[in-house]
Structure formats: C-alpha cells, structure tokens
Design a protein around this ligand. Structure first.
Ligand code: SAM
Length: 258
C-alpha cells in the first residue's frame, strides 16, 4: 500500500487515482474539463476514428470517452481505478462507454479497433521502459490493419533544468492564507520524475500529494511504436494540429499499424 492510500483510506487497487482523487477529478474549475479543452480533442479523435470502434487506454472518469460516445461512436475503455471508472456512466454519453477494469499494459478487449488513444500524459504513469513498450504492443494488438494509436503527452522539461537543479515549478498560487504549490522533480539518470502538489489550508494544515512518472522523448516513443509494429503518421504540438517544433511543450502523436 502506498503512503497515500494509507493516509486517505483509498483502495490500494485503484493505484494513484483512488476515491480521494476521483472525487475532485471532474471539478469544473479545472481547465482539463472545460469545453475549450475537451472539444478540440474529441474533434480530432472523432475524425481519426473513421467511424470506430475506438478504445481509450486509462479512460479515467470518461472526460474524453463520454463526449466521444455521445457522437454515436462505439467507445471502449480500459481503466485501473474503479473509483475513477465509477464516474463514467453518470455523464452524457458515458452510459454507452464499455469499460473494462484492468491494466493497460496487458488488458485485451478486442482486435478490431480503428483507433486506440492514451491522452493527458498518461503514458508517463507507466514507470518503466518495458511497461511503456507493453502499452504500445497492447494497443497494436487490438487495432485492425491500418488502425491508429494516438498519444498526447508533454515534452520533458529538461531544458528548464540548469546544472545542479532537479525541480521545475509549474504553479505557485498563494491564497489569503495558505495556498498551493506544484512542482515536478526529475532524475535524469533514470528518466523517472514526480509531480508534487502541496496544498496548505487557511487553518495551516497541509497535504503533500506526490505521483511518480517516467518521461520519454518523442523519439523514444517512436522506437517503442516501431517495436510494436507501428509507424509514425502525424506529430502535432496539440489538438489544433499545429506543427511540432523545438519549442513545443507537448505533442499529439499518431502511429499506424502496418
Ligand atoms: C490523468 S488520468 C487521465 C484519465 C483520462 N484519460 C482523461 O483524459 O481524463 C490518468 C488515469 O490513468 C489511469 N491509469 C494509470 N495507470 C494505468 C494503467 N497501468 N492501466 C490502466 N489505467 C491506468 C489512472 O487510474 C487514471 O484514471
């Protein structure tokens, strides 16, 4: 059991996304759930689906899968956390998402998907290179010939690390009393990093929430894809399909099964 699970009472089987995280995941105050963020992703996925059926790895609370299913596309999802998956059916379109609880490195639900996708940096939740290769292999195995695998993930922020520094802050938000500080901490020897969230309440009590990740450069992901029998078809800097450049902070990459 993680310290986190012990402290929160979450079910350890739900991994890093137990009930205490799932409860706030769809908070409308979070930009990830805003229509401005969700709509462009759903537009791209619907087009690439070419009628479907599609499979979301790590489907979470259905933030993307439910609106995609609302368009009449058959959507399946694999998700580790029962607490996260329990939220899907309550969303418009969510009742049409076919969810399987399991690990996306190995769980199989079909062999004929036109599109599999893994968004919101979640390839990095798999913290070994072997495990990430298994994600690519598992996606490829469930695609029909010509099918597509899409990943949305940030570019590791190593260029923001001067020698001797291992930490990159991403949010510092002081309140009247208390506040929030978020930062990533990198180990460039192992390619492991943690995202750290420190929240201090007005009464002075605090919570330090820490999630482990593994980063990979786009080129390493391309090699994983090649191992799995997939070839790069598109790489954009975001859902607007703008070109990926040296200054891009994230990418949406699409590989095709031969
Ligand atoms: C940042 S959330 C993204 C959820 C959803 N895809 C979205 O865009 O909102 C990451 C999700 O990945 C799930 N997850 C992490 N590792 C997983 C694994 N090995 N297999 C299946 N799900 C996993 C977590 O439980 C969590 O729901």
């Amino acid at each position: 059991m993680t310290d986190e699970a012990a402290a929160t009472g979450d079910d350890p089987a739900d991994g890093w996304f137990g009930e205490s995280i799932a409860a706030d995941y769809d908070d409308p105050g979070d930009g990830a759930n805003s229509p401005e963020t969700v709509r462009p992703a759903v537009e791209v996925l619907a087009e690439l689906a070419a009628g479907g059926p599609v499979l979301e790895f790590a489907v979470g609370t259905g933030r993307i899968a439910a609106p995609l299913a609302s368009r009449g596309i058959a959507v399946s999802g694999i998700e580790l956390s029962r607490a996260m998956a329990a939220r899907i059916a309550g969303k418009p379109g969510g009742e049409r998402v076919d969810v399987t609880i399991g690990d996306m490195t190995s769980t199989r639900v079909g062999t004929d998907f036109t599109l599999a996708y893994l968004v919101f940096n979640t390839i990095s939740n798999v913290t070994s290179q072997d495990g990430q290769v298994d994600v690519f292999r598992n996606a490829a195995a469930q695609l029909r010939p010509g099918g597509l695998f899409l990943i949305e993930v940030g570019v590791p922020e190593l260029r923001r690390l001067p020698p001797g520094q291992d930490t990159v802050p991403f949010t510092v938000a002081p309140g009247d009393r208390g506040g929030y500080v978020g930062f990533d901490q990198y180990d460039v020897a192992t390619q492991l990093f943690t995202s750290n969230h420190v929240t201090v309440s007005p009464d002075g009590t605090g919570r330090f929430h820490r999630i482990p990740f593994r980063y990979a450069w786009p080129a390493e992901l391309d090699l994983m894809a090649r191992i799995a029998g997939l070839t790069l078809k598109y790489r954009w800097s975001g859902w607007d399909r703008a070109p990926f450049t040296a200054d891009s902070t994230s990418h949406v990459s699409v590989w095709q099964k031969g």
